[in-house]
Design a protein around this ligand. Structure first.
Ligand SMILES: [Zn+2]
Length: 74
């Protein structure tokens, strides 16, 4: 039954590599990549700001509003 054992090993390797791919993907999702557009108002986030604040999701206006405790949905 060498074939079955080989197939099992192959399958296991495949499973493992796909698990690695998935964890890499989720890691990338969590990594600090700035958005190109504000999550709240959809305004373009300036390149300078995206580089200055990795992982930023809001434009300057919305970010300062949020920091002041402002609500977007009154
Ligand atoms: Zn905004």
């Amino acid at each position: 039954m060498t074939d079955d054992a080989e197939r099992a090993a192959e399958y296991e390797a495949l499973e493992r590599s796909s698990a690695i791919t998935q964890s890499t993907r989720s890691m990338r999702k969590r990594s600090l990549v700035s958005l190109t557009h504000c999550l709240e108002c959809g305004e373009k986030i300036p390149e300078k700001r995206r580089q200055a604040e990795p992982g930023c999701e809001l434009c300057v206006k919305c970010k300062s509003w949020e920091e002041k405790g402002g609500s977007f949905w009154p």
